[in-house]
Design a protein around this ligand. Sequence first.
Ligand code: NAD
Length: 366
Amino acid sequence: MVEIKEVELKKDKSIFGQISEYNHEKVVFCHDQETGLKAIIGIHNTVLGPALGGTRMWSYASDAEALEDVLRLSRGMTYKAAISGLNLGGGKAVIIGDAKKDKNEALLRRFGRFVKNLNGAYITAEDVGMTTKDMEYIRMETEHVSGLPESMGGSGDPSPVTAYGTYMGMKAAAKKAYGSDSLEGKKISVQGVGHVGGYLVELLAKENAEIFITDIYEDRLREISTKYGAKTVTMDEIYDLDVDIYSPCALGGTINNDTINRLKCQVIAGCANNQLRDETVHGPALIERGIVYAPDFLINAGGLINVYSELQGYNRESAYAQTERIYGYTLDIFELAEKEGIYTQLAATKMAEQRIQSIGKVKSTF
Ligand code: NAD
């Protein structure tokens, strides 16, 4: 059933070269002629538990690009789960194709069969290009699906929980920068007021912060501005604002060579993934500028915590309680970073690796 395909080599790297660079346990190439399914499931690490991560459907320019994406994303899930204290490993899947044109019930159920055959080593969920309806089709073939709608007994939209975790991380970062975690009166800019950004603005408004927002979508911007009294700014202006806290909640890579010298904030804390364009350059550069950076994969883990809670019989209260711990974890990271003289993103990665290593030892005996 599992067919290994030849993929074009990228940067002169063989498939196993790439797999070993990311240090994956297992990579499964799924192919089905009838439905046109082409998918890759990446299981990065299962020391802490089953590898959980969403399935993304995307029109990749090449098979090699799809492979690199699934390897990068699944490794990220390992760290996110480990740092959040979850008993989960890291995994991710990509389906190669146009989500608007190539998706149908048979293709999704065929993909579900591949997930089923992994016997729970990989648990899938929704990601870019997938809908709740799609997850229902996958669920028809395998029970190893999480993040289902509430109508199916699932945990529903993870965005409010992600926003709550981001808020907790922001408060911890404020504590580090200002000695108090109160956000009252703080000037906070939120870049992107979509699912998570919208809920975050609600929490910030409740604490009487002075909020500045931007988004591509004018209607959404107006809606959030009116609802919570936030001031709107243009997409470029956001980098030059004289604010205390900058919260990237749109896309990744917004902290880069072009923007870093424009930022006037003392804290960066947002939900977007991969905010630092180049971690090794911009991580230390933020320290030089005296900016406290709350690691993205830690403070946006609320959504994963929510989905994890579903595996044990969903309980919203316990999902929120576990997400609240992000506050303490973020403070721990700041302490480790200071002690070792390293940037916070690296400290978070180190702490995640340490947990995997130490729990791996626990499990090594019967
Ligand atoms: P979303 O698509 O609902 O919202 C993103 C918003 O950002 C949109 O309104 C979009 O118009 C806006 N945007 C895009 N580019 C922009 C730009 N250059 N300037 C200003 N606004 C811009 O997505 P979301 O679910 O709210 O997720 C936001 C980010 O958080 C993403 O990076 C996502 O990967 C990450 N994240 C989300 C969750 C979750 O639970 N939804 C969990 C973890 C991480």
